[in-house]
Ligand binder design. Sequence first.
Ligand code: GAL
Length: 429
Amino acid sequence: MRSHRVTSHTLRGTPRALLTASAAAALALAATAAPAAQVEVLHYWTSGGEAKSAQVLKQMLEKKGDTWVDFAVAGGGGGNAMTALKTRVVAGNPPAAAQIKGPAIQQWGDEGVLLPIDDVAKQDNWDHVLPPEIATIMKYKGQYVGAPVNVHRVNWLWINADALKKVNAQPPATWDDFFKVADALKKAGITPVAIGGQPWQEAETFETVALGVGGPDFYKKAFVQLDPATLKGPTMVKALETFRRIKPYTDDAQTGRDWNLATAMVINGKAAMQFMGDWAKGEFTVAGKAPGKDYLCVAAPGSGKAYTFNVDSFVFFKVKTPGVEKGQKDMASLLMSPQFQETFNLNKGSIPVRQDLDLSKFDACAKKSSADFKAAGAEGALVPSWAHDMLVTPAVEGAFYDVIGKFWSDPAMSAQEAANKLAAAAKTD
Ligand code: GAL
């Protein structure tokens, strides 16, 4: 039931007697309308493009008559947000909804604190529109507990079009091409690669290099099966050496830099390229940049036929406050609605997770992402991103972050030593 807010503007110019009567009537109506459910939402979408996307969700939820209580925790990749969430849950005061994805959904399910939303999923036919492997991630013991909002592709390379023109180069399809382009950019006085010196950004860049150097089968053996021989084998060593070869093409002020500030360097031509998931496209969009003209989106070298996916989703916590559940179910249904999926993803840089939408409003990068998602799925080259919580446990992910961060910053660590440490890190529980 919509509750209409009666404001002075609404009543301007009405005769006083009528004014009093209609104000009384309006107040009576407001009092009978269903109380707005306060839905507190934990998320970490605080950059320009992300915030605009979160605003879409807030506005649509409020159109349903519910109240969005923003619980935004800055910090790309969500590490800070997860810490804040644990504190709230331990205190017995969880938010109504939280941006949680991948295996962590099972861990929260084990805690018995999640609100099942299977009724919403059945009523809205989620099983018919979601890729099966994504539907599985959203379920705990066969019941939906997560509502997915998108498919982000991680293995992208974003390129400033003018910088590439300056060195008369083509987008690099192989790693040999990449380093030739990087050398030419360096000679032209342009920082070849923008990166933020944060563990998740270094880890994500390495994950992308490993996919391009070793291919999807290698990636699955190493990071899905956590096969020790593959983790410390020659292909992993080659991936680590290729990853570290990028370092001299990055700038010296990268420590602690947020990902979107690295993206801004490429947007403004301060750097030529960035390895980053397509939430980076949300920053180009907010800056009014056009793909194909101002910037290029290309699969990272060697990974053109592969696709690292990262699906954002929300889970809902059982809360004590009566009436919140209505807002939680409204939000779950809204997240998977065609209208939200289109508007949100146009802003977020990702593609809709429901497969029945027409993408004619989406740009060339999104259409390429969608085509590559389907092709990679058919070829067994669709892989979950471990750097973005889609694959290994948080403990193993953190241990991988540590190894890669140390390897990136310590030239004394050999690639073989780092590979051995990855194999050990995979055993973290
Ligand atoms: C990812 C998340 C994206 C974006 C990115 C940067 O983990 O899935 O939606 O927020 O971090 O913060």
